[in-house]
Ligand binder design. Structure first.
Ligand code: URA
Length: 494
């Protein structure tokens, strides 16, 4: 059969129309040749000879599960040449027998999952590594307008899929992202896609960038450099378009000397605490802490998609409570209940915590409750959503929200419930069992009380639970005088 052509590498509508047609006519995936306009390997003559997928006659719909179609649209964006036969083959198999989609070990399924992961990762990397530079645009008789322009070279055809994120995040700015295949612009109202560009079309460095580079140098912590991790988070192929990456060589070269100086100055401990962000972490969150009021933070966080966890969660679960609270309680992340109702500490661990407040005579309305990570990180087991402990990457991506909450609230003290909260608050690993009940000062002077997470009590063996809970309540009690001026200090080390 003659080759089939698609209008662009993102022409999903043409592709699905063609697959329906091929299925109805029993043409096997191996017998189809595809031509894609705009693909790196396109050949104008070959495309002219091909049958346009949009001109094919209508064919009956194929009934495919959403759980296949949604990721298939993303797999379609992969640059791998085999993706179209793969999607065609899988669609036909699933249309014949829906159970084919349930076999996670079939070779096609494994390849599908791998391509899907790679596309999602590329979208995430684009969100993290686009660097805008401002240019002044002057039109006759009009005041000049600033447009922010970035150059980016994605490995897959993801620009259209990644662009809405920038429209949400930079809704009030005028910006453009140029890439070799396509460009995208935002004028404050709508996204517009246009032809590809060249690197030279993007502006050069400016004074704002010098400021960003100075900030980057200042957060580079020689005591915490993990080069392999850094390259995993910020793959080397992106470095040529990341202004800060040009400094990495020099920063790494001088890292041992700087570390020695820090140790000599007794500053190594301080360097591991908040204020010095691991270079890899900073690449993930990419957003310096700002002071803002809690309500506007909550609104902005509702749109946050800084890490892949956000895509699987129902909503952002931001902190809540008294905006004048003197005590902040920080947990790990929302659980299943919290994800559905959108409020922290509402499930079983939250009930245990709220019962402890009652027992301590604490009025929860005078506290502020939040989590280190604002989205529910989980894995699916059948229909169940099982909690997954957030990794360093998720915690790092969310850190700027937590720091912004602290900056807005300015609490006197913070209770860290569990290891994730303690690590986010203090910038280093804390053995919670060993440090339970101790107070540690952050660099901003706020004191942090290390406590068990209530889930640890729920998970403990029945025979140990009561004793563990009693000790936990005693630990929490130490924070009372910070929250409620009328409360006498506990006998402990507050
Ligand atoms: N566990 C947490 O750490 N936070 C919640 O909000 C719920 C459970």
């Amino acid at each position: 059969m003659s080759p089939l052509s698609l209008a662009t590498v993102t022409d999903w509508v043409g592709f699905s129309r063609a697959v329906r047609h091929l299925h109805a006519n029993k043409v096997a995936a191996e017998d189809v040749r595809w031509r894609l306009a705009g693909a790196a390997s396109d050949d104008l003559f070959a495309i002219a000879d091909a049958i346009d997928a949009h001109s094919l006659p209508d064919a009956p719909a194929m009934h495919l599960p959403k759980s296949f179609v949604a990721p298939a649209r993303e797999v379609f964006l992969h640059a791998n040449e085999d993706r179209l036969p793969l999607l065609h083959r899988l669609a036909v198999r699933i249309a014949h027998d829906a159970r084919a989609w349930a076999d996670p070990l079939h070779a096609d399924r494994l390849q599908f999952d791998r391509l899907h992961r790679e596309v999602k990762r590329e979208i995430h990397k684009m969100h993290a590594f686009v660097r805008f530079r401002p240019i002044e645009e002057i039109a006759d008789d009009c005041p000049s307008v600033t447009r922010h322009v970035a150059w980016f070279e994605p490995a897959h055809h993801i620009v259209e899929a990644a662009a809405p994120f920038f429209a949400r995040r930079f809704a009030t700015l005028r910006w453009a992202i140029l890439t070799p295949r396509v460009s995208v612009q935002w004028d404050g109202r709508a996204l517009a896609f246009g032809p590809g560009a060249q690197r030279a079309d993007a502006p050069c460095a400016d004074a704002g960038e010098a400021l960003w580079l100075a900030y980057y140098r200042s957060i580079f912590n020689p005591a915490r450099v993990k080069v392999a991790m850094m390259k995993k988070e910020m793959p080397v192929r992106f470095w040529k378009n990341l202004p800060e990456a040009a400094q990495i060589g020099a920063l790494l070269a001088e890292a041992p000397r700087r570390e020695q100086r820090m140790i000599a100055a007794g500053g190594a401990e301080r360097a591991r605490k908040r204020g010095s962000v691991d270079i890899a972490d900073s690449a993930v969150s990419g957003v310096p802490v700002e002071a803002a009021d809690l309500e506007s933070l909550r609104r902005r966080a509702a749109r946050c998609r800084d890490c892949p966890v956000a895509d699987a969660a129902t909503q952002t679960v931001f902190g809540e409570g008294n905006a004048g609270a003197r005590l902040m309680i920080v947990g790990e992340q929302p659980g299943d209940h919290e994800d559905l109702c959108g409020r922290p500490f509402n499930g079983p661990a939250g009930q245990l915590l709220r019962a402890a407040f009652d027992e301590l005579g604490w009025d929860a309305r005078r506290l502020y409750l939040t989590n280190a990570v604002k989205h529910f990180h989980h894995e699916l087991r059948g229909k169940r959503r099982l909690h997954k402990t957030p990794g360093q990457q998720e915690a790092a991506a969310c850190l700027h929200w937590l720091e912004a909450e602290i900056a807005a609230l300015r609490p006197q003290a913070i209770v860290a419930l569990g290891a994730t909260a303690a690590r986010s608050l203090l910038g280093r690993d804390v053995g919670v069992r060993a440090s339970e009940g101790s107070w540690v000062d952050r660099d901003d002077g706020v004191r942090v009380l290390i406590c068990l997470h209530p889930a640890a009590i729920l998970r403990a063996e029945e025979s140990r639970r009561a004793a563990l809970r009693a000790r936990w309540i005693d630990t929490l009690r130490q924070a009372g005088p910070h929250a409620f001026a009328d409360m006498a200090p506990a006998g402990g080390a507050c």
